[in-house]
Design a protein around this ligand. Structure first.
Ligand SMILES: *C/C=C(C)/C=C/C=C(C)/C=C/C1=C(C)CCCC1(C)C
Length: 237
């Protein structure tokens, strides 16, 4: 049998396949739907399409790495995240700045938190055979993530939303908060389950793939829903 073909009973490989297709379809959807929304929401849909497009490219390649080596495509996973997570942070900032003034410091604090979180996770996974490294870097990454949560629930970002947001922007902002709190929690759960629980790289990859589906596609759909609702009941410049 040709080991370079995707085996239908390889569930991990099939999950890479399905998410690749979903990322391409989502990119098409966000791009086309951009025409239906007004004003600054267009940029938000453009960014959503960029996120799913970048992910699609990485998913094609990660599937090949998995199928051909049976190993986690860790480097490409984190290259993808390092490109897409800052774009998702930019989405937050766009939603907020579409409705009023919010300092650039908000963007940079969220951005810095995300970079620290991802670098710590990457170095931890790279040193997965060293339990001290694996778990101390996990703690660093988790603290950075909790800092992001703090900033969007209690920091300047949150205050700008409360004082200046419109109905649609508030809806988008609170949905984004839920994504960052609950959707993003799937990643550390995958890390714990993959390295401490099952010790199974297949399970780790299935959980990360599911998390990307939620946090890239569902996230874009939430913004799309807020943007199209905003068409109906308010004017955005
Ligand atoms: C599109 C990709 C996204 C939204 C990736 C998000 C990744 C995370 C929220 C990762 C979180 C992690 C921690 C909170 C602790 C350290 C291990 C990580 C990097 C998996």
């Amino acid at each position: 049998m040709d080991s370079h073909m995707l085996n239908p009973s390889d569930y991990v490989g099939v999950s890479f396949w399905i998410i690749s297709a979903a990322m391409v379809a989502a990119t098409f959807f966000f791009y086309v739907e951009r025409d239906r929304v007004v004003g600054k929401w267009k940029t938000s849909l453009t960014v959503s399409a960029m996120v799913t497009l970048i992910a699609a490219i990485h998913y094609f390649y990660m599937r090949s790495v998995w199928v051909q080596t049976g190993e986690s495509p860790t480097v490409f996973r984190y290259v993808d995240w390092l490109l897409t997570v800052p774009l998702l942070i930019a989405e937050f900032y766009l939603i907020l700045s579409a409705v009023g003034t919010v300092s650039a410091g908000v963007f940079w604090r969220l951005f810095t938190g995300a970079i620290v979180m991802l670098l710590a996770g990457y170095l931890g996974e790279l040193n997965a055979d060293n339990a001290t490294m694996l778990w101390s870097l996990f703690v660093v990454g988790t603290v950075a993530w909790l800092y992001i949560i703090y900033e969007i629930f209690a920091g300047e970002a949150s205050k700008a939303n409360t004082s200046q947001g419109t109905v649609a922007s508030k809806r988008a902002f609170s949905a984004m908060r839920l994504i960052v709190t609950f959707g993003w929690s799937i990643y550390p759960i995958g890390y714990i389950y993959g390295y401490a629980g099952s010790g199974d790289v297949g399970a780790l990859n299935i959980i990360y793939n599911l998390a990307d589906f939620v946090n890239k596609i569902a996230f874009g759909l939430i913004i799309w829903a807020a943007a199209t609702a905003s068409n109906a009941n308010e004017k955005v410049s």
